[in-house]
Design a protein around this ligand. Structure first.
Ligand code: SAM
Length: 211
């Protein structure tokens, strides 16, 4: 069992590291992160660290989840339709689901997707649609997105994701190989603007699916 004090310590740490969007903080405070990892790791769920979720994948570090979500919403931006590439444990998905109208999330590893779906059911999350596919291709038949959050790093930003971003929409994406950088890409009437956020370390965005 994890106490509320342990959770509050994580939230305090996010504040200390500069996360200041209260909506993001309140949303993360309300989510039981321990259900997103295997029971054997649940005692570490409120550490500010990435944790293994099987299949050589990880549940992202809470600070990075907060930072990416804050970057998506900064300046009063209110995306309604958000695409997440890389469902993983489903933790970032649930954070997004608490802050936007509809989340579309894509995962290439079927067993991870199945576990995440079960967590959404347990938590009563109703505004998330899941898809098992290569998220580097986006989710073309769902149209354009006001926000795209990518939780695995491609070497370069996939064109299909750029094309599925609505004008005025934002994409938060780690890019690179051994050295990775987090960017916010905004689609304007005439093209794309890229803001550098910080260095990061994500698992790679891989093609194909695992059943
Ligand atoms: N947001 C996740 C969380 O909170 O647990 C973090 C997931 S982990 C850092 C990245 C995920 O992206 C992994 O589950 C991995 O399988 C997935 N992934 C990698 N390449 C992908 C692709 N092309 N399409 C969909 N998912 C992909």
């Amino acid at each position: 069992m994890t106490s509320l004090r342990t959770r509050d310590r994580l939230i305090q740490r996010l504040y200390d590291q500069g996360i200041c969007d209260h909506k993001v903080i309140d949303c993360m405070r309300s989510i039981p992160r321990h259900i997103f990892v295997d029971e054997a790791l649940s005692h570490r769920a409120y550490e500010d660290t990435a944790l293994p979720i099987g299949h050589s994948q990880t549940l992202s570090q809470p600070f990075i989840v907060a930072r990416m979500t804050e970057a998506l919403l900064a300046g009063g931006h209110e995306p309604k339709k958000v695409l997440e590439v890389g469902t993983g444990s489903g933790y970032q998905t649930v954070v997004l689901a608490g802050l936007v109208e509809q989340v579309f999330t894509v995962e290439r590893i079927r067993p991870l997707q199945a576990k995440a779906r079960e967590r959404f059911r347990i938590l009563g999350i109703r505004n998330v649609l899941c898809r098992h596919s290569d998220g580097g291709m986006g989710w073309p038949d769902k149209g354009e997105f006001d926000g795209i959050v990518v939780t695995a790093a491609p070497e370069t930003v996939p064109d299909s994701l750029l094309q599925q971003l609505a004008v005025g929409g934002r994409m938060i994406i780690p890019v690179g190989g051994t050295e990775q950088h987090l960017y916010r890409i905004t689609r304007t009437e005439t093209g794309y603007e890229r803001d550098y956020l910080e260095p990061v370390r994500f698992v790679p965005l891989l093609g194909g699916v695992i059943r």
